[in-house]
Design a protein around this ligand. Structure first.
Ligand code: ADP
Ligand code: GLC
Length: 469
């Protein structure tokens, strides 16, 4: 099959979170399984662009309402990522360093989709599947079905994968003129709650919807930022497929970012060497359990609970553990985490920002990884942690529920809690501090989780089944 992925992120070209990891890896494993998988994404100005060689594949023009724009499609020359990678350049809209966060994101991603489909129309053949990811590509199924000038693409099957339904890309109706001339009778296929809702539109118009874990699919029917009834109604076309992880990138025995490699047979020594680096850099005591958080500092991740939870744990358990945070997001949370640096120095530290290299060292060197998420469609951090022998401490929700077994249960290896509250986090930290003293059990848990296979090799088959259906 020929599968074209449309996405706003793709690691290592441009990544803001897990979406980048997934779109960066899934096509590679689809190609290994014998398919032709391609990725089409915006041409941001990230280092990857300047460090690789490109050829021009297509030059065209299109319209966003009255604005006539030129675009260029370039292709990475050497198949570096294991699949064909195409970037779409639109001057004035996509030629920026960041992926999101601009006032004109609606215009940027709408123009990206129109350009992508205009280019696809020019192909001499048709792919089997167009696979869209999250709301940034959510108007694509509608355009392919109901825009007059894109009818040549209407026979292609469309899959929409929801990585996060919190963000839906809402647009007011005056922006409907951005969408290429469409059948006005189909207004309902764009609409949700009196707005144009690209995520809802994709769910209505595509052939199949997938979410990134089974539990998240169930949760969407009860809690999906206003779309609950839609997910209930469309349940027949929805499938939950747990994400895989790229075992070539995330492997403690070969990880390019690590100085000290290890495997299941050398996990205790290997983790200690990595932990030494962290303790040295952040002023921690090597003997104490190291609990870390890596991620976006936003409400979904319950990041605003971290200051109270850490301060509360230090108050309750004294300086018996070390805490390290890596993340960026809401300014208020960043500020509170920074304010705690002085009073808790030697026990707590934080890096506010995005640092891929440090994140790898933290998965390798930490003893526990905390994820108190309110919403976690899949979550990759806990799977990376498990592969690096780091005990996940997670709230029982979404993909966290589907991947982590509490240490109190048969074959357990993690710590689970129910509420996104400082109290539940502090209680879990207490359990972590206690289990850290039992070195034999800690080793047993590490061995258990490192043997779990979350590789994409298994997961691509589940996507195949969806495509075939
Ligand atoms: P989400 O996509 O919701 O942010 P995931 O758990 O799916 O959550 O994926 C997060 C990804 O982003 C992981 O690869 C994680 O290591 C990475 N990440 C998040 N924040 C940072 C950061 N500040 N520095 C480095 N990597 C980060
Ligand atoms: C989203 C979700 C996260 C998931 C990732 C990749 O960003 O928040 O839980 O792991 O997408 O699918």
């Amino acid at each position: 099959m020929e599968i074209v992925h449309l996405s706003a992120e793709c690691y290592p070209v441009a990544k803001a979170g897990g979406l980048g990891d997934v779109v960066g890896a899934l096509p590679k494993y689809q190609c290994k399984a014998g398919h032709i998988a391609k990725v089409v994404m915006p041409m941001y100005r990230t280092p990857f662009l300047y460090n690789h060689e490109w050829s021009v594949d297509f030059k065209g023009h299109a319209n966003l309402a009255n604005w006539y724009f030129d675009f260029t499609v370039i292709k990475e020359k050497h198949n570096t990522l294991g699949y064909d990678l195409y970037l779409i350049d639109i001057n004035g809209l996509l030629d920026r360093q960041k992926i999101y966060g601009y006032d004109d994101d609606t215009e940027r991603f709408t123009a990206f989709q129109i350009a992508g489909l205009t280019w696809m129309k020019s192909w001499e053949h048709r792919p089997d599947v167009v696979h869209c990811h999250d709301y940034h590509t959510g108007l694509t199924p509608f355009i392919m079905r109901y825009a007059f000038d894109f009818q040549a693409l209407s026979g292609i099957k469309t899959i929409f994968t929801i990585h996060n339904a919190q963000y839906q890309g809402w647009m007011t109706w005056d922006k409907s003129r951005y969408i290429p001339r469409w059948d006005l009778w189909k207004r309902g296929m764009l609409e949700w709650a009196n707005n144009i809702n690209p995520l809802a539109s994709a769910v209505k118009c595509c052939d199949r919807v997938t979410t990134v874990s089974q539990s998240y699919l169930e949760e969407l029917k009860f809690q999906s930022n206003g779309l609950e009834k839609l997910f209930e109604y469309e349940r027949g076309k929805c499938v939950g497929i747990l994400n895989g992880i790229d075992n070539e990138v995330w492997n403690p025995a070969t990880d390019n970012y690590l100085q000290h490699h290890f495997s299941i047979t050398s996990v205790t020594k290997g983790k200690e060497k990595n932990k030494e680096l962290l303790c040295h850099r952040f002023g921690f005591d090597l003997q104490k359990p190291l609990i870390v958080f890596i991620g976006r500092l936003v409400g979904e991740k319950a990041a605003e609970l971290l200051p109270d939870a850490i301060a509360g744990a230090i108050y309750q358990f004294g300086h018996t553990a070390s805490y390290l945070i890596l993340g960026s997001g809401e300014h208020q949370v960043e500020g509170r985490l920074t304010d705690m640096l002085m009073p808790f120095s030697g026990t707590y530290n934080a890096v506010i920002g995005y640092d891929e290299k440090l994140s790898h060292l933290m998965y390798a060197g930490a003893d526990f990884l905390l994820m108190p998420s309110r919403v976690e469609p899949c979550g990759l951090n806990q799977m990376y942690a498990m592969r690096y022998g780091t005990v996940p401490m997670v709230r029982s929700t979404g993909g966290l529920k589907d991947t982590v077994v509490d240490m109190g249960e048969t074959e357990g290896f993690g710590i689970r809690f129910d509420q996104a509250t400082a109290g539940d986090i502090i209680y879990s930290i207490g359990r972590a501090i206690q289990v850290y003293r039992d070195k034999n059990f800690l080793l047993l848990m590490r061995e258990r989780m490192m043997q779990i296979d979350h590789s994409w090799e298994n997961t691509v088959q589940q996507y195949d089944q969806v495509y075939q259906s």
